[in-house]
Design a protein around this ligand. Structure first.
Ligand code: AMP
Ligand code: ZN
Length: 187
């Protein structure tokens, strides 16, 4: 049997999930790990144990697995004593790492690892594919298609609109200051 365990940085999730001490939760078919470069106060990844390279390989046979990934996403939020409404759960439409992975990320986006417009856009534009939308698409018998390069570039260049109010930041440091203000006010 062939395996997609590859070389280089795009394979690093595959090595991370092999070490049991990295698993926050695991079930028969999936695991939850910390995102190594969290882009918010809480950022987890849910991955299947099966060798599914990415969202573009999903078909109707994977619907039960998708449900399992979503259940584990809810479980980790609960385990961390957080609220589902404070999280975004979905896939990057333009993934970079091997092995299908579901992002579970808190909406504060307060993190030293959030450094670039690409980081912001990957969670806060159409580059973020909500779990529910992905599930509905697959259930309808469709496949998830790669976005074309021009659209991806346009989305990366989108205005830096705050996800919690109407503020539009001039640049990433401006946005980060603003997000920190929101977070501080909530504490
Ligand atoms: P993407 O492929 O764009 O959906 O995102 C891959 C995610 O994996 C990013 O959020 C990275 O911060 C994260 N990441 C990269 N390497 C590791 C690793 N070794 N362990 C855990 N998370 C990682
Ligand atoms: Zn705001």
């Amino acid at each position: 049997m062939t395996s997609s365990v590859g070389k280089g940085w795009t394979a690093s999730l595959l090595y991370t999930i092999k070490d049991p001490k990295n698993l926050i939760i695991s079930s028969e078919d999936a695991v939850v790990i910390h995102d190594k470069y969290p882009k918010a106060k809480h950022h987890y990844l849910v991955l299947p144990k099966a060798d599914i390279p990415d969202i573009f390989h999903l078909n109707q046979s994977h619907l039960p697995l998708l449900e399992e990934l979503f259940l584990l996403a809810q479980n980790v939020i609960e385990a961390k004593r957080c609220q589902l409404d404070d999280f975004k759960i979905g896939f990057h439409a333009q993934p970079s790492m091997q092995r299908l992975h579901l992002h579970v990320i808190s909406k504060d986006f307060v993190s030293d690892c959030l450094k670039t417009k690409k980081h912001w856009a990957s969670f806060n534009t159409k580059l973020f594919l909500y779990y529910q939308d992905a599930y509905a698409l697959i259930k309808a018998g469709d496949r998830i298609q790669r976005l074309n390069k021009e659209i991806v570039q346009q989305l990366y260049d989108s205005p830096l609109e705050c996800n919690q109010c109407k503020f539009v930041a001039k640049n990433i440091p401006d946005l980060k200051r603003h997000l920190l203000d929101h977070w501080t006010q909530k504490q």
